[in-house]
Ligand binder design. Structure first.
Ligand code: SAH
Length: 382
């Protein structure tokens, strides 16, 4: 039986739901502080201090913000929170890759993958819950529930991984102040979802990631990967300046229509045209193409030659991704020999064409293997 007291408590909790500062922009920090009715000049200073505590020091508790007086700290505590995304599950691969399953406030799930390498380490983040594109070889596309992530949820993935990998503490330990130590050097929007179909939130998140007084990722270290939302590519490139990757996967429309159904809306010609004509690439900048190697589908010599023709004149790099298997996909990975031969043809034409070695396959964390199993289970039980 519910007592009057408990129902009051529930109501109180709802009324005093605090605004979470983690994942907010510089302007939103300032506006939030103004809500506390302090003079504008002071608000600007406070916002800067708070920003640095949140994004340079990763503080989870207002009481540790030593350059802010006690009274104001308790004011902050009463109005705001420093909440993190909830790690529901964490799996570590034998190759060091870590896959995180996060549970969001509405109980939907997303995945984020940390990929350590010798000289760099990459965080592969999600931009949507699920994905609407239904690429036929991609596991994420089979997840039914889809919604856009907010900028807070996008930035929140990095913050939660920083917490988990003790980035803040390690960074501090290395020098007495703050060192340049970065446990994550690169961010790629190659997790769940199509970032250019959630552009406004992705843009907001990227601006926060790139802010030099905070998380400080340079534009060269952030890559937006798109299946080819043509009208948004130039906009993203102009406004954000970060790196662009295109999931190409086929060299003629008939095959690409099946692999990447978005191609029916924006075919290969239109995609390549915007890259060649509309983007003003900087010196040394190039477009990365991702090309999944599917046995007997898109892996012939003829395909490789046609690919070279398509990208002629466009500074490009072609990442060949051996297909990552998942049960029920109906596709197989091309043989090593075929992949090598394909790569050779592209290299001979003057384009770098590395073969990406699959990471975290044993925990289903490799490209295109993401899908929250929790949701799958729920649907199966329904
Ligand atoms: N929607 C964006 C972001 C996802 S990036 C995009 O399409 O670019 C994920 C990358 O992994 C894409 O290039 C995708 O096509 C590729 N991929 C999907 N499933 C795969 C699989 N099973 N094996 C290898 N690569 C896959």
């Amino acid at each position: 039986m519910q007592t009057v007291e408990t129902s009051h408590k529930k109501l109180d909790n709802k009324l005093i739901q605090k605004k979470n500062l983690v994942g907010l922009s510089e302007k939103e920090f300032y506006d939030s502080i103004l809500e506390l009715k302090i003079p504008e000049k002071k608000a600007s200073m406070r916002a800067k201090q708070l920003w640095s505590w949140v994004y340079c020091h990763g503080k989870k508790d207002f009481s540790e913000m030593s350059n802010i007086d006690k009274v104001f700290r308790s004011d902050l505590k009463n109005h705001f929170s420093l909440e993190r995304l909830k790690i529901e599950k964490k799996e570590k691969s034998s190759d060091g890759t870590i896959k995180y399953l996060f549970s969001l406030n509405d109980n939907s799930k997303i995945e984020t993958v940390f990929i350590p390498e010798k000289k760099r380490s990459t965080l592969c983040i999600s931009s949507q819950v699920g994905c609407t594109l239904n690429c036929s070889f991609c596991h994420t596309g089979t997840q039914k529930l889809v919604r856009n992530l907010s900028a807070e949820e996008i930035v929140g993935q990095l913050i939660a991984v920083y917490d988990d990998l003790e980035h803040w503490e390690k960074r501090k330990k290395i020098s007495d102040g703050l060192s340049n130590y970065q446990i994550i050097t690169n961010i790629v929007f190659m997790g769940m979802g199509e970032p250019l179909l959630n552009y406004s939130e992705v843009k907001k998140a990227v601006m926060i990631l790139m802010n030099e007084k905070g998380l400080d990722f340079s534009r060269r270290r952030i890559t937006l990967s798109t299946a080819g939302v043509v009208p948004m590519i130039k906009k993203a490139h102009d406004e954000l300046g970060c790196m662009i990757a295109i999931s190409l996967h086929a060299t003629e429309d008939k095959t690409r229509n099946i692999l990447v159904p978005l191609n029916k809306k924006w075919p290969i010609d239109a995609l390549i045209k915007t890259l060649k004509d509309d983007l003003k690439l900087r010196n040394s900048e190039r477009i990365t193409f991702e090309y999944v190697m599917l046995k007997d589908i898109n892996d012939t010599e003829f395909d490789a030659k046609r690919l070279v023709k398509i990208i002629q004149g466009l500074p490009s790099k072609i990442n060949l991704i051996p297909f990552n298997q998942w049960i029920g996909s109906g596709y197989e990975r091309s043989s090593q020999k075929k992949i090598q031969a394909f790569s050779e043809i592209i290299k001979k034409a003057g384009f770098p064409s590395p073969v990406r070695s699959p990471r975290g396959e044993d925990i289903m964390a490799a490209c295109g293997q993401l899908k929250s199993t929790t949701l799958k289970k729920r649907l199966n039980n329904a």
